[in-house]
Ligand binder design. Structure first.
Ligand SMILES: Nc1ncnc2c1ncn2[C@@H]1O[C@H](COP(=O)(O)OP(=O)(O)OP(=O)(O)O)[C@@H](O)[C@H]1O
Length: 333
């Protein structure tokens, strides 16, 4: 997924030195099973048992239309509605150009919807950005090369005026959380890509956000490192209780990490379907899950949905079609 060069730097990740190109990522479980949603605009909604809580993210009827060439327009998103519960991990998956990054950027208030509204913990996206209510992790780690691991992680705390002692204590905690205790004094160019990504994730967690926006954070990593990072992300989300909106092109990654997978249609981006993937609480999602039959089953379901054949066999307009009837569930607990 791409983020365009007119982007501003991510809000809660230190702006300085963060490339203008990149992609976001991130959370924990909640299982969606909204009753009915309009067939024309499937809605990824919050699970009934969380309905009382203020959603981490609420996207309502959002469209984003960009000016195109010669007076034409590009509809990147068309009437998208989606709710992410506190502590829930939701992945967005869909063909290239379907608007995943656009949606992320709107949630992060790096861009504004043409129509519709977005709230983060009940606040307008703009206010949530000002209040630093979320952390962002991008495809490129975006670390400052002249700062050490500790210095990079510390930056958002420094920028927001935290005292030295508090910063040091928090940085030590975060470095341990991402398993880089032996590398606190190293510089980014002394680290592997996976280690740099862990630094970026630690930095995005510095201010203990209740929401992480992650746009293909592991996209540039080799498969083994990527799986290790996924395991770590599950563990971190379990420990912090953060909600996560996570963009990926990898179906197994989405299934492994998520409570729900939101499948988007080709441009103009709409929510085609929502799959509830209940593959266990964070503590239960270990390596063995990747070999589990239910995991493969969920992967197949998402693949079918992506190809436009809803899981369950019916076409998009059929009984088992879009999430108008609620997300499908795969539950191996
Ligand atoms: N600032 C912009 N100006 C014009 N068109 C844009 C702009 N940003 C995005 N678009 C268009 O909106 C559509 C969605 O782009 P977006 O980057 O959100 O897709 P994506 O799903 O993230 O793609 P990918 O998976 O390839 O990264 C694309 O057709 C893109 O060209």
């Amino acid at each position: 997924m791409s983020v365009h060069t007119d982007d501003t730097s991510p809000p809660s990740t230190p702006a300085a030195g963060t490339p203008a190109t990149g992609t976001p990522a991130a959370g924990t479980p909640a299982h969606a099973a909204p009753p009915a949603a309009p067939a024309t605009a499937p809605t990824a909604s919050v699970a009934p048992n969380r309905a009382a809580a203020i959603p981490a993210v609420e996207v309502t009827g959002v469209s984003r239309i960009f000016p195109g060439k010669k007076g034409a327009t590009v509809t990147a998103l068309d009437n998208v509605s989606m709710t992410v519960a506190p502590g829930e991990f939701v992945s967005l998956i869909g063909p290239s150009g379907c608007g995943k990054s656009t949606l992320m950027r709107l949630i992060a208030d790096l861009d504004s919807p043409t129509m519709g509204s977005i709230t983060v913990f009940g606040k307008p996206a703009r206010q949530a950005r000002i209040d630093q209510d979320y952390g962002i992790a991008f495809q490129q780690a975006g670390l400052l090369p002249w700062r050490t691991v500790a210095g990079n992680i510390e930056l958002p705390l420094e920028l927001h005026g935290a005292g030295k002692a508090a910063r040091r204590a928090r940085v030590a905690e975060l470095i341990e959380l991402v398993g880089l205790s032996d590398f606190a004094g190293h510089y980014p160019d002394q680290l592997s890509g996976g280690m740099q990504q862990r630094v970026a994730i630690a930095r995005s967690l510095a201010e203990s956000p209740s929401l992480l926006l992650m746009d293909e954070p592991f996209g540039a990593l080799d498969e083994m490192t990527r799986e290790r990072m996924q395991n770590e992300l599950v563990r971190i989300c379990g420990e912090t209780g953060a909600a996560v909106v996570f963009v990926t092109h990898s179906i197994p990654e989405a299934v492994f990490l998520s409570d729900r997978v939101v499948v988007m249609s080709p441009r103009p981006g709409r929510i085609r379907d929502v799959l509830s993937v209940k593959l266990g609480d964070t503590g239960e999602r270990g390596e063995n899950l990747r070999e589990d039959e239910q995991f493969f089953h969920a992967v197949s379901q998402v693949r079918e949905l992506l190809h436009g054949t809803p899981a369950g066999g019916a076409g998009p307009g059929g009984a088992g079609g879009t999430s108008a009837g609620g997300p499908r569930g795969v539950d191996i607990r």
